[in-house]
Design a binder for this molecule. Structure first.
Ligand SMILES: [Zn+2]
Ligand SMILES: [Zn+2]
Length: 248
């Protein structure tokens, strides 16, 4: 399923047995991009969490840390739906130019080439400017509140980036993993592109009514080979992306 979808979307013309080699090479590239981000945010999260645990209110700190998980999950949904799938046409002015040049191509290429290691997930510099505003701001509040919450958020971000990596490159018999993988790969298909924005869970798709239609959900949750993703030719794929997803 995934190899068929992949080759039609990537434009990669697999010769016998070579698609696996292509994926291995791309997964190496993706991993190398993820290591700096993982080390940086995990170290930050560990230090702040320890400070929170050593504060006057460690239990409140733990609650705030775990609250970071749903907070990140919501950010992940909103960012994917409105920023990555958003359209930022070219225009005058620094802000419009910045949005067009920095945000417009970010996700388009991931949809066009789902196994391209340069576009699977982000890298350290992506949300660093935001982090450098959020981290000092959080310290306007006691360490066991917002700072610890932010630690939970950035640690969840690291988890989500690796989940995205494994959804594309990983294999597992774990039913939850298999469901998430089918759920995300359907998002790469022509009918799923404007729905199913959740990567680590489908909760926000439920809340904001971007769930796949019921028959699709049923197929995706069947723990077997129920899901059949409609394959596209290369030209169908690029026409579709240009019409419905991003105008370049
Ligand atoms: Zn997407
Ligand atoms: Zn993807």
């Amino acid at each position: 399923m995934s190899a068929g979808l992949a080759s039609t979307l990537t434009g990669f013309r697999p010769t016998e047995g070579s698609f696996e080699a292509y994926k291995r090479e791309q997964s190496r590239i993706a991993r190398r991009r993820l290591y700096p981000l993982t080390v940086f945010y995990t170290t930050y999260a560990l230090i702040i969490t320890l400070l929170g645990l050593r504060s006057a209110h460690p239990w409140i700190g733990i609650v705030f840390y775990f609250a970071g998980i749903p907070v990140w999950s919501l950010v992940e949904y909103l960012f994917h739906r409105y920023v990555l799938h958003g359209r930022f046409p070219p225009g005058k002015g620094i802000i419009r130019r910045f949005l067009h040049e920095r945000l417009d191509p970010l996700h388009w290429e991931h949809h066009e080439k789902p196994f391209d290691g340069w576009h699977i997930s982000g890298e350290l510099k992506d949300i660093l400017p935001l982090f450098f505003v959020a981290a000092p701001f959080s310290f306007l509040f006691p360490v066991f509140t917002l700072p610890v919450l932010l630690a939970g958020v950035v640690q969840s971000y690291v988890g989500e980036e690796w989940t995205q990596y494994f959804l594309h490159f990983g294999k597992s018999r774990n039913p939850l993993f298999r469901h998430l993988k089918r759920y995300h790969l359907y998002h790469h298909s022509p009918r799923g592109m404007e729905k199913g924005y959740g990567i680590t869970s489908g909760i926000w798709d439920l809340v904001f009514h971007t769930q796949y239609p019921k028959p699709v959900r049923k197929l995706l949750s069947e723990n077997g080979h129920g899901a059949r993703i409609k394959k596209m030719t290369r030209s169908q794929a690029s026409r579709l992306f240009r019409e419905r997803f991003k105008k370049r």
